[in-house]
Design a protein around this ligand. Structure first.
Ligand SMILES: Cc1cc2nc3c(=O)[nH]c(=O)nc-3n(C[C@H](O)[C@H](O)[C@H](O)COP(=O)(O)O)c2cc1C
Length: 173
């Protein structure tokens, strides 16, 4: 197992557009002592309600959504380029149909937070955000300001749920 160090967010120097949009991330959460994960390339980092936050969007159809909904926390794990094939695989198959994490040959570590709260993340990651859920709500088609968004992304009505999580720990290896 690799050794991760908590780091103050003030030392975070990455470009979030590259990090999330190009490098991608794994969103991971725990349900009944089991972890599931999925690749994501949409989301952001910012400040909300006086906290440093990450936001993610997860479609209703994703198995990972059940895990995020049942937990108080989730993690965002970032990897170097050599893990691109693993991220492609984890973004193409569902944990409903196979043991994705084992098949991707990745290992889960558990972060123990306040009150012993456990959050799964990846041992092979080089940067991890542990996030505590602050907000969850489905994107509502009535609120799209550009009709193209509905036509381009939600023809099947499989809407994204927006989660805003307080970044309670940034771990670096
Ligand atoms: C590069 C990439 C980015 C993705 N980004 C997202 C995303 O931001 N939100 C989302 O709901 N699905 C996204 N997906 C799709 C999920 O990762 C994919 O449906 C996955 O198989 C879901 O797995 P699960 O059913 O085990 O949760 C992305 C897939 C890839 C390959």
């Amino acid at each position: 197992m690799h050794n991760f160090q908590p780091m103050s967010i003030q030392y975070f120097e990455k470009n979030p557009f590259e990090l999330i949009g190009k490098q991608w991330m794994l969103i991971t959460a725990l349900k009944e002592h089991k972890a599931n994960t999925m690749t994501a390339a949409w989301g952001g980092l910012g400040v909300m309600w006086g906290k440093n936050v990450a936001y993610i969007v997860v479609r209703n159809s994703r198995y990972t959504k059940e895990f995020i909904d049942s937990a108080d926390t989730f993690s965002l794990s970032f990897f170097d380029e050599s893990y691109r094939p693993a991220l492609k695989y984890l973004g193409a198959v569902s944990g409903r149909s196979e043991d994705k994490i084992a098949n991707a040959k990745l290992k889960i570590q558990l972060h123990e937070g306040e009150g012993g709260m456990e959050t799964p993340f990846f041992d092979e990651a080089n940067l991890v955000f542990v996030c505590k859920k602050m907000y969850a709500g489905q994107l509502d088609k009535e609120n799209f300001q550009i009709p193209d968004i509905q036509d381009q992304w939600y023809k099947d009505e499989d809407y994204h749920v927006l989660y805003i999580g307080e970044i309670v720990e940034m771990l670096a290896r």
